[in-house]
Design a binder for this molecule. Structure first.
Ligand code: IVH
Length: 703
């Protein structure tokens, strides 16, 4: 491993000679406009030297003088002002709301590995799926920030989106223009790619964060909990001068869509990284190509050892298969790529005092024991509570109130109590007795045979209702901004709201009667619910219902296969279990939910109120060849694999993640994995070429 150097954003040597942004098109222009163009080019160049390379060539005063000169000219000659002018970096636009937009290609999360063994399992899985994949990996640190996608058309920044739920993000273009390490135009020489979606992380460096909090403190303002929150909060503000005032940095690490055009294709991820550097992006420090899986292990150990020296918070490293055609062939599972993984630092453990064990009532009535801890910092976050899961877990670990306990937090995983420190157990500490009544409503709780959880079965229990209403509008449900837990609690406590449907009937005037609720907030509250009602997608609606075992991913699967809630409610177990990742337990839970009269009444009310989303994609054509067939792709296709998968789903096909006898169709591109071909033919599975597959899709579309 190269020696670690502590510059702000280390870059390859070649980059120091990086050309300034491309010269603008030559044209006979008036002298004022020409001067404005010169100034813009110079300012962008010096901005890049200062913020991205950390190697300024001119003093701050000189920079400011040039900046003011440009500002004055833009005021005097607004007709010559360029949309990509460096003056747009100061922010100042105030938006009325953040718009949402779908990512053209979904922004996936990453699966985690925590040890060399888990890493080796990942590589073995990868090779089982794609035996010929060359096993060189591009590795870089895993940055703990906010994922962002910036879209460039012909070298110009046109839009920026947050990751959001991966499928849909928020448009934050104006705020992103204020980030000094984001090129407003790509650097280097034309031709630029007609389309380039650059993905990366917005972070705040540790030093900058300390200074930011010191400033907050001096101003008597609230301190930020960590750099990630400060960064995320800034980007999502409607007033873009807030983003401009925070020390945000964007580091690029991958791409969404890329149409390279005359710029020429990239075959490897390492080439992509090189190109991003050439285009003027900062990239994660210490990124490098590891020629083998063993080299990745060494890289992971090295980053762990040098973690404190990194200028930003990192929580592991990311290994991405370097070969892009192998990446494409491997594709994605429901939640993450098969060609990349986060190699996380092992969990950090600390000791603290277990002050109490409280019982929380969840939205399905589950009684969850929660450890109340003396606040303690674990891996950069202050932890004051942790789940103890259930009765058996408490007894198995034998944790007692008053114990000193070991608490651990691994990455973004929820903190947990590992074990008591027996040597420090106080005299008289007694084993915990799990209550058999609901702590909220006092009614008896039940623990079913074979289940770990005690459950409150009182359907009128206020705590259960509260939780299910909060869940309905939360990020995991309809994601209604401005209708937070605090207000729901008050509305439920007053008896005004007893179910999600009631929320939609609350009026502006009623809200004004609440403490600290002003006209603006009340209007936001009512408008947000109205908008959610009009725009809710089917998968969010299904997730919002809070059916046991139906999380966001399962809701998405269901929403792709059923036209509306009615269709889902009437689906039999067999058709549910034919869907990916749905087993008998989930199917049973869906049935139980829809068989419940209370739930039926709720749904009828929601429908009456106009909240009744339907499937967004075209319904599969029953007569289409692909409808209902399980399909798998292998080899390199002429289009991105995600596109082909989308096409198949739109025709009613079900995507499969592996080759087994339940598969109906295997579509083969160039250089398919031979073992897959053999297996498919021995199992009698239909094998289609890409053009045959496309012909079937087109035939259906034409029907
Ligand atoms: S690559 C297909 N590289 O971690 C792979 N992601 O936990 C795309 N992240 O959603 C991601 N540092 O936002 C990549 N060096 C890095 C990263 C990184 C942080 C984020 C990314 C992802 C999340 C998953």
């Amino acid at each position: 491993m190269d020696q670690f150097s502590l510059f702000a954003v280390p870059q390859p040597k070649a980059q120091a000679q990086q050309a300034p942004p491309a010269p603008l098109a030559p044209a006979p222009v008036p002298p004022e406009q020409q001067r404005m163009q010169e100034l813009a080019r110079a300012l962008e160049y010096h901005n890049y030297r200062y913020h991205t390379l950390d190697a300024p060539e001119i003093s701050d005063d000189t920079f400011d003088a040039l900046f003011r000169e440009l500002q004055a000219l833009e005021e005097a000659y607004p007709q010559y002002k360029d949309q990509h002018s460096p003056t747009s970096r100061t922010g100042g636009q105030v938006l009325s709301a953040l718009q949402k937009q779908k990512h053209a290609l979904r922004m996936y999360g990453l699966d985690n590995v925590f040890s060399n063994e888990e890493w080796q399992d990942f590589v073995a899985r990868l090779l089982r799926a794609e035996a010929d994949a060359p096993t060189a990996f591009w590795c870089d640190p895993k940055l703990d920030g906010l994922a962002l996608e910036i879209i460039y058309e012909h070298g110009r920044l046109v839009q920026a989106l947050t990751r959001g739920d991966g499928e849909e993000g928020e448009v934050v273009t104006d705020a992103v223009r204020t980030i000094r390490t984001v090129p407003l135009r790509l650097h280097g020489a034309e031709p630029f790619p007609p389309l380039l979606e650059v993905r990366g992380e917005v972070v705040i460096f540790k030093d900058d964060f300390a200074a930011l909090n010191a400033k907050q403190e001096a101003l008597g303002k609230k301190l930020f909990a960590n750099p990630r929150n400060a960064a995320a909060g800034a980007l999502r503000q409607l007033d873009t001068s807030i983003a401009a005032s925070r020390p945000l940095r964007f580091l690029a690490y991958s791409l969404g869509r890329a149409t390279w055009g005359a710029a020429g294709e990239c075959l490897r991820h390492s080439e992509v990284m090189q190109r991003l550097v050439g285009y003027g992006f900062a990239t994660p420090p210490q990124g490098k190509l590891c020629p083998s899986p063993a080299a990745v292990e060494a890289y992971a150990a090295w980053t762990r050892e040098h973690r404190p020296e990194f200028p930003m918070e990192i929580d592991g490293c990311v290994a991405k298969l370097d070969d892009l055609s192998a990446q494409e062939a491997l594709g994605f599972t429901a939640r993450a790529p098969r060609f990349a993984v986060a190699f996380k630092f092992p969990a950090t453990q600390v000791e603290t005092l277990l002050q109490d064990i409280k019982i929380q009532v969840g939205r399905t009535g589950t009684l969850t024991p929660v450890a109340v801890l003396q606040p303690v910092a674990v891996g950069g976050v202050v932890v004051s509570s942790a789940t103890l899961h259930n009765e058996d877990e408490i007894h198995a670990k034998d944790v007692r109130v008053g114990d000193t306990v070991l608490v651990q937090r691994a990455g973004d995983v929820i903190p947990e109590v590992v074990a008591p420190v027996l040597a420090k157990r106080p005299q008289g500490a007694v084993p915990f007795v799990f209550p058999h009544v609901c702590p909220e409503c006092g009614e008896p709780a039940q623990r079913e045979e074979g289940e770990a959880a005690w459950r409150c079965t009182n359907i009128t229990c206020k705590a259960v209702r509260m939780q299910s209403i909060t869940h309905f509008v939360s990020k995991a449900g309809l994601d209604v901004q401005g209708v937070g837990k605090k207000w729901v609690e008050q509305l439920v406590a007053k008896g005004r709201v007893q179910s999600p449907a009631d929320l939609f009937t609350v009026t502006w005037e009623e809200l004004l009667a609440f403490d600290r609720m002003g006209e603006v907030l009340a209007e936001k509250f009512v408008d947000a619910l109205h908008e959610a009602k009009e725009q809710a997608s089917l998968h969010r609606f299904i997730a919002a219902l809070g059916i046991r075992h139906v999380g966001e991913q399962t809701a998405r699967t269901l929403a792709q296969h059923f036209d509306d809630i009615d269709a889902l409610a009437h689906a039999d177990a067999e058709s549910l279990m034919a869907l990916p990742d749905i087993g008998s337990e989930v199917a049973a839970s869906i049935h139980t939910f829809f068989a419940n009269h209370g739930n039926q009444a709720q749904l009828a009310r929601l429908r009456g109120l106009g909240l009744w989303p339907v499937r967004q994609q075209a319904a599969p054509q029953a007569q289409g060849y692909l409808a209902g067939k399980k399909i798998l792709f292998t080899g390199k296709l002429s289009m991105p694999r995600a596109k082909a998968q989308e096409l198949a789903v739109a025709q009613g096909a079900l995507l499969s993640s592996s080759l087994s006898k339940t598969l109906d169709i295997l579509v083969i591109g160039e250089k398919p994995t031979p073992s897959k071909l053999d297996k498919a033919s021995s199992l009698g599975i239909t094998i289609l070429s890409e053009s045959e597959f496309l012909a079937h899709s087109a035939a259906v579309s034409a029907l």
